[in-house]
Design a protein around this ligand. Sequence first.
Ligand SMILES: [Zn+2]
Length: 497
Amino acid sequence: MLASRRSFLKRAGLTAALSSWVVPPKEGHAAAPGIGGTQGAVPRHILHLVADGTSSGTLTVADYFSRLVRGTGLRWLELYQRADTVQALVNMRSLNSVVTDSAAASSSWGSGSRVKNGSLNILPDGRELRPLYRLLAEAGWKRGLVTTTEITHATPAGFAANARREDAETIAVQYLDRRVEVLLGGGSKFFLAGKRQDKRDLLADYRGAGYFLAQKQAELADAPPDRPWLGIFAESHLPFTIDHQADAKLRERVPTLAEMTRRALRKLAREDRFVLQVEGGRVDHAAHANDIAAAVHDLLAFDEAIEVCLEFRQREPDTLLVITTDHGTANAGLNSSGGSGDGAKPPAFHNLRHARASFSEISRRLGNNHTPGHLQKVIREATGYKVPDAKAAFLASFLEKKGWALYDAMNSATLQLGQLLGNYYGVGWTSGEHTADYVPLIALGPGAERFRGFLQNTELFHHYLALAGIDFRNPEVPLMVESGPTAAEVEVLPALV
Ligand SMILES: [Zn+2]
């Protein structure tokens, strides 16, 4: 109770400093310890967790995989058993398509307004929307972004930036101008003078503004809690978890999502109020490639970050935890194609335990040698699968750009590798693209009751502002005539060739 009283006093002191359109919460009080979803309570901490591009099928496969290798299901799904969690399905459509990209999806949460795919908080007529992290900062909240992608990538940027998603250099500058207090992820190429188009030494500018810079896990461990942090641990995205685990040097240098989350929470816990977005961003990338092994390993890593947040919530009960995804990607499905597992031998799905490398890593090992024999050797070493000769020859034709799939959306060597391994893992895919799935959301803690039922993506923004006592609306425009996203509007990842 002491903690509740202290936080109440802090909040009362803070209220006087708020700008004119900020109104104090009407029923503001901290939740009772250990009780989530307390009716009418408001949180002092908001944790918004996103496993990017996680179709329900991918989540299911990861849950079974977790049972297989950890002896227990996903923490994410266990939360559904708790009486104090609140559940929803969310329509994530963008302004111009029922199939969103991560930029429009995160913008819907970050501004309460739907924008076109590819846009970050900018309407089609060029009007900029006021993003969540600017509004919360003006009300005294500290803010953090933690991701396994480039820190400038669409999902983190949607909470803090106004730009086209591809303008990563601009986004990196906006984070500095807007003084986001915790930035942890990848993407050093958008900060280094030698890599940026404008040759600006952005790292020096961050340092000059008082930021502590970390490029290795050990440096993050020593980060001073009283300064803002910029931790960038890779030139582009952080490695897939499956590759991270297989490489001792990577494990030493690059922190896991759970570790970054733990550090960020330890620092931000000193603040009266804070919001933290945590993104498991590479689940989406794995799903784009139809790489189920990489997807489930990254979902398990995301699940460990959930565990860190649950532990934090135990200590700080006035924490609202929201866990969701921004869209489906490629809709993986565990099916019975690999055999039924009738007891004579284990189901094909169990072969996922033998996977040791992502498709990116397999591609690196293949190099320019596309002969069927080399393919068979590399794939067997990475997965345990003995590829039949005829199938190896078929895949080789795609690598030589001579192959042709009957379903146009499967016309790439990467996706054909995913199809090939479907024989071995018993997991199939719909394409390599995002999907229109309504997505699951689960909430726990003070304010969680707002996140019940069937929600529109934009409602999250309004709930977060209401819980922070902020009365504000961005402009909205009518939904545009239905159209699919163009290739330029969704993430396009390097294929195997
Ligand atoms: Zn994507």
